[in-house]
Write a protein that binds this ligand. Sequence first.
Ligand code: CTP
Length: 400
Amino acid sequence: MSELKNKNVLLIIGGGIAAFKAIDIVRLLKEERANVNVILTHAGENFVTSISLSQLSGNRVRTDLFDMTGELEMSHIELSRKSDIIIVAPATADLIAKMANGQANDLASTTLLAANKPIIILPSMNVKMWEHPATKININKLRDYEVEVLGPDEGEMACGEYGFGRMLEPIDLLNYLKVFYSSEKALSKFSAIVTAGPTHEPIDPVRYIANRSSGKQGYAIAEALAKAGVKTTLISGPTILKKPKDVNVLYVETAHEMLNMVKKYMPTDIAIFAAAVADWKVTNYSPDKMKKNGTGKNLLELEENPNILETITKNIEQRPKIVIGFAAETKDLIKEAKIKFNSKGADWILANDVSAKNNVFGSDRNSICFISKDDLEEWNEMSKVEVAQKLVKRIIKEIS
Ligand code: CTP
């Protein structure tokens, strides 16, 4: 049976060239026996017609906020309440800006502001518009409001330019929705731990050894796992990130604390080690602020921290079903990552080039090289949220 059967989908179509793809979205959803209601913005009416969308969806298409018949039949509030999910495709820069700023001056924006259901948007716009800082701020705001942002893809655009801005293909959206609805059932029997962020290794009461990890990738993975129904525990080093929804978050400071916490949550089905654990701890920690010694030499005595990932993979009795590690490298990415793959005992390694030129630490984007026993894939650069979603889809395939 289709995961989408009898699901009530509200599709909001913005005014962009990709609006023609919305026709395919309706068609695919109907093939899966979903109930589809459509809101077509006035800008959208320039690209597709209400008549074709009504015929395909089997429901009257709504375009106006103050359409009295519509308001009597089903208000914009009811439209969102009676939906299981709201999809905005194409999500134009204008619609995204309205959503991010809480504007409500037409049927689409009012319905979105009044919504209490999961919202997925498929951005579509010119590459420069997508890259504009204003759009970036708006997209980040929407992510904070827990709107799911799918895409855009990279490619040739209708305007002739090349880059990120193409709306995701309808079939990709459909596959995402199938996972969204199926995974809840498929993965709810599984548990996961995810480590994320840096660790801080104290030198004295005011100083510590750290690294530039922001924790964003690990947090995104924990959130994606939780969305897929996995009982997820995130063991986080110090970060400034917001607690992901439906995730049990435990905060630690040092590598030793992280290891102890990980052990406490064993056994688990899935273990993902995304933390950038400090390699050394200071053995001559000073309870008082350390003073300069005149030479600047040999102030710190260091000892290697335990490797958390290896401790878990080598624990035969409690080895999780899937163990995933990261390899953060600044040169010879694939060569070094393969060495890590062969030595750490993880099932998969996600390698990323963290040299300064790539700006991975702290950024929202990542380029991953995925390594498994029989696979080596270079993933296109994408957002860390998309990396997380792609990884979780793979886990679902592997484990269920
Ligand atoms: N890792 C860990 N415990 C450590 C160090 C690393 O669990 N003490 C995990 C990381 O979370 C990551 C993988 O091991 O999943 C590889 O981390 P990385 O820092 O790239 O490698 P290291 O093992 O520390 O090797 P090196 O720094 O020498 O490259």
